[in-house]
Each structure stands twice: as C-alpha cells, then as structure tokens.
Design a protein around this ligand. Structure first.
Ligand SMILES: CC(C)(COP(=O)(O)OP(=O)(O)OC[C@H]1O[C@@H](n2cnc3c(N)ncnc32)[C@H](O)[C@@H]1OP(=O)(O)O)[C@@H](O)C(=O)NCCC(=O)NCCS
Length: 200
C-alpha cells in the first residue's frame, strides 16, 4: 500500500524506520497526547513496535500509514486506522507528526489522502477519533477536516507515559461530511503551502 500526495508518501512501516521513529517519538510533547507511546522512547521500543507491525500485517487486515517527507526521505509521522471493523463500516484514527515538522500542513495533507482511501477504497461509513480535552492542536485538526464533536467521555483515559487521567472528546466523520468538507480543506491546504513556500 502506497499513496503519493504533493509532498508526502504514505506507506507501510519498515524496520529501517526505527531511527526516524525515535527522532519523532522520544518527545513528551507527543507521547503526553497519546494513550500508550512510552517515554523515553528508545531504539528497543521502535524495533519492538516495527516487528509487531510486520507480524500484524500477516495476521489480519490493519492499516498503518507511515508519513514520509519525500524531499528528505524521512518518516515524520504516522496515521493508524485502529479498531477497523469491515462489517460495521467504521474505524478509529490516531496520528502524530514529529514536533520539528508540525504546523506545516503535513497531517492535513496526509489525512486528505487517508480519508479518500477509507471512504472510497475501503468504503467505510464513518471514521472516529478520541482526543484528550487538553489537546487543542488535535481538536483543531479534526474540526478542520470536517469531524463533528459527538460528546465528552469523562475521565475516560489514562495516558501511559504521564499516568494522567483525561476526559476524551469524541469526534466522528461521516462519508458525506468528508465529501462536503474536502474541497474547502484542499483549498485551505494549498493556500498554506503557498504561504510557506513564499516564506523561504
Ligand atoms: C495534532 C498534530 C498531528 C497536528 O499536526 P500538524 O502537522 O502540525 O497539523 P497541520 O499543520 O496540518 O495543522 C492542522 C491544524 O491544526 C492547527 N494546529 C497545529 N498545531 C496547533 C497547536 N499547537 N495549537 C493549536 N492549533 C494547532 C493548525 O493551525 C491547523 O489549523 P489551520 O489549518 O486552521 O491553521 C500534531 O500537533 C501532533 O503530532 N501532536 C502530538 C500527538 C497528537 O496529539 N496526536 C493526536 C492524538 S488524538
């Protein structure tokens, strides 16, 4: 599975990606917003994860998109489809971007491609996502993509690396909501990319 976008290649994880994983994930600003990413994040953690990914691939259908920045040939983040239920037509997404590469529209660009894949190729009906109440960057990202806030789950999650208990905001994106949001999201992203290019 490989998807090319303007600046990115979305592809399966490879064992050789461990250095980029450590570079991106050995950062509490990332792991404090996730359930299970350990901190500190070491070569051992990365290799264990990558080995699990290749085993899972053989066992059952699961999707993990590593986000490679083509001009640097570097993995700068990932989008996972978790809890993928073919019969139900739903999946849950989770994502991260290396802090040095944030606020450049990379997750927006990657999510456009993943949403198209999910709704057109996998023909799912709905994508779901849970975000800690404190995580404004992720809330902004989801709302920008057309996700609707569906509710708050109180004291729902414990963040493994910080042991903190969080309220979760539940978001949902229906296929028809994505089709409606898509042109606006693309226009907004193109404007952002142009601005970044002019700044160079
Ligand atoms: C959430 C995350 C993936 C966003 O990645 P990104 O590549 O910086 O996102 P983009 O540049 O595509 O920006 C998406 C929107 O979020 C906004 N945003 C990004 N960082 C932000 C921040 N720290 N605070 C507020 N808004 C922010 C952007 O301004 C943009 O909105 P806009 O288009 O209206 O300007 C990234 O911050 C991250 O990896 N966070 C840590 C891990 C995490 O929270 N994962 C999600 C768990 S639910």
């Amino acid at each position: 599975m490989k998807i090319e976008t303007k600046r990115l290649t979305l592809r399966e994880p490879r064992i050789g990606d461990w250095k980029d994983l450590v570079d991106g994930l050995n950062n509490l600003n990332i792991s404090k917003n996730t359930l299970t990413i350990p901190y500190p994040y070491t070569k051992k953690d990365a290799l264990e994860y990558l080995n699990r990914c290749s085993k899972k691939k053989k066992d059952k259908e699961s999707y993990k998109f590593f986000i490679e920045l083509r001009k640097e040939k570097k993995v700068i983040g990932a989008i996972d489809l978790n809890d993928y239920k073919k019969d139900q037509g739903t999946a849950e997404t989770g994502s991260w971007i290396n802090e040095r590469y944030q606020k450049k529209g990379y997750i927006t660009e990657a999510k456009i491609a993943v949403n198209d894949f999910v709704f057109h190729k996998l023909k799912l009906r709905k994508l779901k996502s849970k975000v800690f109440k404190e995580n404004k960057a992720s809330q902004k990202t989801q709302e920008r993509m057309g996700y609707q806030k569906e509710g708050v789950l109180r004291k729902e999650s414990i963040c493994k690396p910080t042991k903190k208990i969080h309220d979760d905001i539940v978001y949902g994106l229906l296929k028809e909501e994505w089709e409606k949001a898509r042109p606006k999201v693309i226009k907004h992203l193109n404007k952002k990319i142009k601005k970044l290019e002019n700044r160079k």
